[in-house]
Design a protein around this ligand. Sequence first.
Ligand code: ADP
Ligand code: MG
Length: 147
Amino acid sequence: PIEPWQIGGPVIKGFGRGSKVLGIPTANLSSERYSALLSEHPSGVYFGWAGLPTRGVFKMVMSIGWNPYFNNTEKTIEPWLLHDFDEDFYGEELHLIIVGYIRPEANFPSLESLIEKIHEDRKIAEEALDLPMYSKFKDDPYLKCSA
Ligand code: ADP
Ligand code: MG
């Protein structure tokens, strides 16, 4: 179990790899703004709740790290919101409450095995977030604030 923590800011553009290469869109947050906070939290896969003020509160599974498969040089924060949106929301304020940790970051021999692992992570997150100890955070006012 981890101590829940929060992070938020406008959704920024990444490399566009999430949805195009993996079929998994991730709403990137600026890691520059949060480098101190990020260095406190180990790289890996986390889950929690995501709030978009005009759209609602959604389950999310998120990677924090260096994306070894893609050899990134910058630590990134990339939540996948577990909801089908009919449009992008770049620039919108996104607030996250991170409540659980799934696994450390890992490298994968193939794109297929990476995608498969992310879908396992999603299933773990979906189920865990229904447990009272995690679901109670979806009502946190932080998820509804717009700034
Ligand atoms: P980028 O590299 O710019 O982050 P992605 O391919 O990861 O591009 O796509 C992410 C973008 O897709 C988000 O910024 C958001 O605007 C949009 N999007 C649509 N549906 C989702 C979703 N379910 N979860 C996260 N982002 C989504
Ligand atoms: Mg992304």
